[in-house]
Write a protein that binds this ligand. Structure first.
Ligand code: GLP
Length: 273
């Protein structure tokens, strides 16, 4: 696992990492780059930076295929709180991605089991996800894999917890309006990606980050499963690092500072000793 706790520049680091990966892959029509994407408040600043990088001509999404993590059950593309709508408004419509290359589970599917299977098959047909970018819930959930989700799960319907309904109620008029179910990729679906990159920002994520870095693999904190991934990168800001031990922070900072001397000033608890 690679862990960066940054005093500043977490969004920028994540944006540049994604840009670097797409460009290094040199995608083409025959060999597109498959990118997994999240919704939520956390990735917004990364999307803004990616749009800016596109405008500067530093990256193109023409040969990028996206796989979104999840969608609320019962919300269609026109609903302002659907994740399809979110992606359209906050990212897709501002870059050169082809609409047919953007994939999100269908929240209005009549047969949700068939839709879940179709989504898994789609990912397999694309040759798998190169890089799955995600956020994390305050209770350690990733996508809508709530606490207690099977760590071997695939795309399916999940019932959302009270905590998630409460956390996401800010986007709706009231908690009652938040859909109770969602279609979500599973933890194992994300595990199959070549790389997993999770961004955590703010004090509300500090316990999830603590578990992800210092905790044991445990279904009650789904994010911990990624400790078993060959290429897992966790990036957080200073607030989200607030529950970690000083020695943990110093350990990861000194390793990262050796690889990336230019990052030393931004790494929390970096020291030369
Ligand atoms: C929702 C999404 C997750 C997201 C989480 C945290 O539950 N399904 O993918 O990571 O919210 O959202 P935020 O970034 O707004 O804190």
């Amino acid at each position: 696992m690679r862990f960066l706790a940054l005093k500043r520049g977490a969004d920028e680091w994540v944006c540049e990492y994604i840009v670097g990966k797409i460009n290094a892959f040199a995608p083409s029509a025959e060999r597109p780059f498959v990118l997994g994407l999240p919704t939520g408040g956390t990735p917004l600043a990364v999307y803004q930076r990616l749009i800016e990088a596109y405008r500067q001509g530093r990256v193109s999404f023409k040969y990028v295929v996206t796989i979104n993590m999840d969608e609320y059950l019962g919300l269609g593309a026109e609903h302002p709180q659907s994740y399809r709508y979110f992606m359209q408004e906050n990212f897709f419509k501002w870059v050169d991605i082809l609409p047919e290359n953007t994939h999100i589970p269908d929240g209005l599917a009549e047969d949700v089991e068939a839709e879940a299977k179709r989504y898994e098959q789609l990912i397999a047909d694309l040759g798998g996800v190169q890089l799955f970018f995600g956020g994390v819930g305050s209770d350690g959930h990733v996508a809508f894999n709530e606490a207690g989700s099977s760590l071997g799960s695939r795309t399916r319907v999940k019932t959302l917890t009270r905590q998630t309904l409460a956390d996401n109620a800010r986007f709706f008029d009231s908690m009652e309006e938040v859909p109770k179910y969602a279609l979500t990729v599973g933890i194992e679906t994300i595990m199959q990606a070549r790389e997993v990159l999770i961004l955590a920002k703010g004090l509300a994520k500090a316990l999830a980050v603590e578990q992800a870095v210092e905790g044991a693999v445990n279904a009650l904190w789904p994010i911990t499963r990624f400790q078993c991934h060959e290429r897992f990168i966790l990036v957080c800001d200073e607030a989200a690092a607030g529950e970690l031990k000083f020695k943990t922070l110093r350990y990861f900072a000194s390793t990262e500072g050796q690889i990336n001397p230019q990052l030393r000033e931004d790494l929390l608890c970096y020291s030369e000793d």
